[in-house]
Design a binder for this molecule. Structure first.
Ligand SMILES: *Cc1c(COP(=O)(O)O)cnc(C)c1O
Length: 401
């Protein structure tokens, strides 16, 4: 049976060009980029400098030395938040973020709360948005950091980051954004966005897992998260993951070069899925924005009266890979914090499925999902006590037919 992979917000396949770009650094160029007194190390150092320049250019950073490679998106988020909090604690102890951030951001904020910091978690509207006005109203004299994600991984909300960064700048507060889901899905130019820090992870755009970066604008006060040697301008110890960084740089180059073509295709696949599923299945709710402010590849729909996990199992039997929320949240019985924050009732949130398409998703794959999903939902509802109660008129529906 063919596998239909529609979980690209969780991770993506490593493309062949990326694999090939990495291979050189697993074979011929294997030196330590910090061992610059001999040629083996120098070759690694030269390569690293080239990659840093390439990445800075593709992201629209002003200087290559503002790019700090990390071991993941989670590390970049943790570093940005804990590092800025501790470095600026003499100035204040208040941080502003949103209720729909990735767990890397929320977990770092909760850690800081246990260590003397105060965090405001902004409410979002029914589509997942916070407004620049909301952020401005939350700023206090002791506010030192604002962290708002560029695009949400569960429901695809694209936040007004440029406007929020302008507010932060006006109030001289450091601004961080988790742009992990944005890369390859929308144009990103750091200087235009006006943020002080920005997180990226390679495996979300066909790079390898275990490598990411944090952009830190020169002049931003931030403490180290990883202490040790003097790598990454003394800010992040650890011998550089040259092959991983080569993969990140190549994947980014390809993502940026093909952005217009890829996003147009993904939008078409996304919209075919949304229209097809909403049109053929009753008692459903689309989660997230319905306009241009939705990530080009994200489909998140709640199916009333049934469980997301049961849908996933049936989808898997049909060879279709999807997600019932974020990868981090699945496995726990709590409904997604993102769906809770946008006001989806508990019972409905439990029956939510996220399909995230890629540039390689085909019309045939979409057709197949549109053929399978109504069958799966009908079957599961036929076994659902909740659906039986609903049909007997003892339970109201919370969605539209
Ligand atoms: C995947 C993801 C991360 C974490 O990146 P890792 O490299 O997997 O640690 C952080 N933020 C968002 C929005 C993500 O989607």
């Amino acid at each position: 049976m063919k596998t239909v992979y529609l979980d690209n917000n969780a991770t993506t396949s490593v493309s062949q060009e990326v694999r090939e770009a990495m291979m050189l650094y697993l074979t011929d160029i294997w030196g330590n980029a910090s061992s610059v007194f001999y040629s083996v190390g120098q070759a690694a150092e030269d390569a690293l400098a080239r990659m840093r320049m390439s990445v800075a250019k593709e992201l629209g950073a002003a200087n290559a030395n503002e790019i700090y490679f990390t071991a993941s998106g989670c590390e970049a988020d943790n570093w940005a938040i804990k590092g800025a909090a501790f470095a600026n604690k003499r100035k204040g102890n208040h941080i502003i973020t949103t209720k729909i951030e990735h767990h890397a951001v929320l977990g770092a904020c909760e850690f800081l709360e246990r260590n003397g910091f105060e965090v405001t978690y902004l409410d979002v509207d029914k589509d997942g948005f916070v407004t620049p006005e909301q952020v401005e109203a939350a700023i206090k004299d002791n506010t030192i950091l604002i962290s708002v994600m560029t695009a949400n991984n569960e429901i695809g909300t694209i936040m007004p980051i440029k406007e929020i960064a302008a507010v932060a700048k006006r109030h001289k507060v450091i601004m961080h954004t988790d742009a992990v889901q944005a890369i390859g899905h929308m144009p990103i130019n750091i200087v235009e966005l006006g943020v002080d820090m920005l997180s990226v992870s390679a495996h979300k755009f066909h790079g390898p897992k275990g490598v990411g970066l944090l952009y830190i604008r020169n002049g931003t006060r931030i403490d180290n998260l990883i202490h040790g040697g003097g790598q990454e301008r003394g800010k992040r110890a650890a011998t550089e993951n040259l092959a991983g960084i080569a993969g990140l740089a190549k994947a980014l180059e390809i993502a940026v070069a093909n952005l217009d073509k890829n996003t147009a295709h993904m939008k078409r696949m996304r919209d075919r899925l949304i229209e097809g599923l909403m049109g053929s299945i009753d008692y459903v709710k689309l989660n997230g924005p319905t306009d241009q402010r939705r990530l080009c590849n994200n489909v998140n729909i709640s199916y009333e009266f049934i469980e997301g996990e049961s849908i996933l199992m049936r989808l898997n039997m049909a060879g279709i890979c999807a997600s019932s929320g974020s990868a981090c949240a699945s496995g726990s019985l709590d409904p997604s914090h993102v769906l809770m924050a946008i006001g989806v009732p508990h019972e409905i949130a439990h029956g939510s499925i996220r399909f995230s398409v890629g540039e390689d998703t085909t019309d045939e794959e979409v057709d197949y999902v549109l053929e399978q999903m109504p069958k799966i939902v009908t079957l599961l509802r036929s076994m659902s006590p909740m659906y039986e109660e609903f049909e007997e008129g003892r339970l109201p529906s919370q969605t539209k037919r």
